[in-house]
Design a protein around this ligand. Structure first.
Ligand SMILES: Nc1nc2c(ncn2[C@@H]2O[C@H](COP(=O)(O)OP(=O)(O)OP(=O)(O)O)[C@@H](O)[C@H]2O)c(=O)[nH]1
Ligand SMILES: [Mg+2]
Length: 603
């Protein structure tokens, strides 16, 4: 039987996991076929490519020196931490990647603590040693301390270290002497990590992950921990609650390169994908038909944030989207549940609105962006963090936040974080930057990133990670500035925008259609200001076209989807169509808005 290694690559976001896996695929392919295969791109869905982040963990598999190495590339963003924890169940060891400049970051700590808890051995890869100002030795020391603080066993503390540059496609034992390939890492993987243990007997596979195909439906992914599984084999599906369903496997696949290859039988220790299993959930066991024995189920993480999804009821309803009714939105949301593990949907009293629960702003925004590209039109409310009631007291999620920024703007950052009830815990120099660590309520983080980016002119790296639930920290003030609101429906004119420029900055361009109650800009004052932006130019001036006005107008500020989600307040919606993002007041009519806000205050 072929020798196997199952490993997961874990790290903080952007430390270079996917680049490394791409290089491993590329180079092992070359060594086998002796021909160039071109760049292999693992982040394969549109959103992953555009954003340059991994959203879904992926299995790939390569053959090296006669050993099959199954590699799981994991996402580094904190919203997907639960996914990393879950897929590590399939691995016998982990490659911990750390950026040679940044060093260990909040997500490094989280994923490493989970790996160590699960008893995995790790190989440390100090990546990006090609970067100027990198500090591989210091980073090595920091990672060692981290292992120690996280309670690594003596064996785990003996982790070997490889240095290199995923980007340039090399890994070696000495960062001062670049090699020409990633072979030193592959050799170490084979030497250092154990072969998966082989247990004979009736089959057992814990369903750890899933995939979805429109042709065959849901595909169960996991590692065979005992016996073997064959195509067309009758099996039992043991649910988390102990109920057992009899069914038949259709096809079984092993991972190969970037894809999957159909197999007849898959044996213990290997990772596989199985079709034909109906109604399964993560954590269920596929077991023997006659004598099913369940494995300990694993859990999927709980949502941390929720948002109201509702139909678009703005005056522009239906103009830009193809799927706009509550039926469309409902069906689409429920379909999402089939593959999006950490998501939940709760119906509300209104048939037009749903509460969607997810793992964070990014997790939810990815769904929204996907829907938008599919032609959906909808509105969402302000993201809300989920609080808990413990012994009659309200608790809220607190996060660790780290910010690295030039010294001259560190004061501003501290001020902004403190305004949101953040507490400064650590402040130390890191290269020529200041390294700040805070504890801050998760709700304080909403909108903070864009404020900090603006205040520091983008010269920051920020990361946060859930710490614990703690007693409610009290009211956090919302947006610092008020907004500019359109007073009436119409088309914005360069003339009126120009006239109002001293009141703030605009989110819209001249000649854009607007409606009453739409948020069209940010006010320089803390209160909201209703303005008329649709006034035509006075005719007294005979050079009528307004071309001279255009020249003077400052360019509008365009927010990304996430920025909009974080910008809106409780009394606002974000209108999302395939073409536009518009922020608006929930109550478009001024009088109604005033009445409702008085009512709200009275409560
Ligand atoms: N200078 C340098 N840049 C690198 C290196 N490895 C990766 N990068 C760059 O770092 C960025 C992030 O790389 P990815 O491989 O997407 O990082 P990741 O860890 O998969 O990120 P997530 O999946 O989002 O957690 C990309 O712009 C890479 O080109 C390296 O060795 N040196
Ligand atoms: Mg990645």
């Amino acid at each position: 039987m072929q020798s196997i290694r199952n490993i997961a690559i874990i790290a903080h976001v952007d430390h270079g996991k996917t680049t490394l896996v791409d290089k491993i695929l590329h180079q092992t392919q070359i060594f086998r076929d002796n021909e160039k295969t071109g760049d292999l791109i693992l982040d394969n869905n549109d959103l992953e490519r555009e954003r340059g982040i991994t959203i879904i963990a992926k299995n790939i598999s390569v053959n090296y020196k006669g050993t099959k190495i199954n590699i799981i590339d994991t996402p580094g963003h904190a919203d997907f931490g639960g996914e990393v924890e879950r897929v590590m169940n399939m691995a016998d060891g982990v490659i911990l990647l750390v950026d040679a400049f940044e060093g260990p970051m909040p997500q490094t700590r989280f994923v490493l603590s989970k790996a160590l808890e699960m008893g995995k051995k790790a190989v440390l890869v100090i990546n990006k040693v090609d970067k100027e100002n990198c500090r591989p030795e210091e980073v090595h020391e920091k990672v060692f301390d981290l292992f120690f603080h996280l309670g690594a066993t003596e064996e785990q503390l003996g982790f070997p270290t490889v240095y290199g540059s995923s980007k340039h496609g090399w890994m070696g034992h000495d960062y001062k002497n670049p090699t020409t390939d990633v072979i030193p890492l592959l050799d170490l993987i084979i030497e250092y990590f154990p072969e998966p243990p082989i247990y004979e007997g009736t089959p057992q596979m814990l369903i750890t992950s899933l995939d979805f195909s429109t042709y065959v439906g849901r595909i169960a992914i996991g590692r065979i921990s005992r016996g073997s599984l064959k195509e067309n084999q009758p099996v039992s599906l043991v649910k988390r609650d102990g109920t057992i369903k009899k069914m038949r496997i259709k096809e079984v696949f092993v991972f190969e390169g970037l894809g999957r290859r159909k197999a007849e039988e898959i044996t213990c220790g290997d990772l596989c994908a199985i079709t034909g299993i109906e109604d399964f959930e993560i954590g269920d066991t596929i077991a023997d038909f006659e004598n099913p024995e369940a494995l300990t189920p694993i859990s999927v993480d709980e949502p941390t944030m929720c948002m109201l999804f509702t139909i678009n009821n703005s005056p522009f309803f239906g103009k830009e989207g193809r799927f706009v009714t509550s039926r469309h939105i409902r069906d689409r949301l429920y379909k999402e549940l089939e593959k999006n593990l950490a998501m939940r949907i709760v119906d509300t009293e209104s048939p037009d609105s749903y509460l969607v629960y997810g793992r964070g702003v990014l997790h939810l925004s990815i769904l929204i962006e996907t829907m938008r590209r599919e032609g959906y039109e909808l509105q969402v409310g302000q993201p809300q963090v989920i609080t808990k009631e413990i012994d009659g007291q309200r608790y809220e999620p607190i996060e660790n936040l780290t910010v690295d920024t030039p010294e001259e703007v560190a004061g501003k950052v501290i001020e902004l974080v403190t305004q949101k009830k953040g507490e400064l815990k650590i402040m130390e120099p890191k290269g020529d930057l200041q390294h700040l660590e805070f504890e801050i309520p998760a709700r304080g983080l909403i909108g903070l990133r864009s404020n900090i980016l603006t205040a520091t002119a983008g010269r920051v790296t920020m990361a946060h990670r859930f710490k614990s639930y703690e007693p409610w920290k009290g009211v956090i003030s919302g947006r610092i500035s008020g907004v500019l609101l359109a007073k009436e429906n119409g088309i914005a004119t360069p003339y009126s925008i120009d006239r109002m420029q001293d009141r703030g900055y605009f989110f819209i361009d001249a000649t854009e259609s607007v409606y009453a109650g739409q948020v069209i800009g940010q006010h320089i004052r803390p209160d909201d200001l209703l303005i008329n932006v649709c006034e035509p130019k006075k005719l007294s001036n005979m050079r009528a076209s307004g071309s001279d006005d255009n020249v003077r107008i400052a360019p509008s500020v365009k927010f990304s989807l996430e920025e909009c989600m974080e910008y809106i307040e409780k009394d606002e919606y974000l209108e999302i169509t395939p073409k536009s993002l518009r922020m608006r007041k929930v109550y478009l009519d001024e009088n109604l808005r005033k009445r409702m806000s008085r009512k709200e205050e009275a409560i």
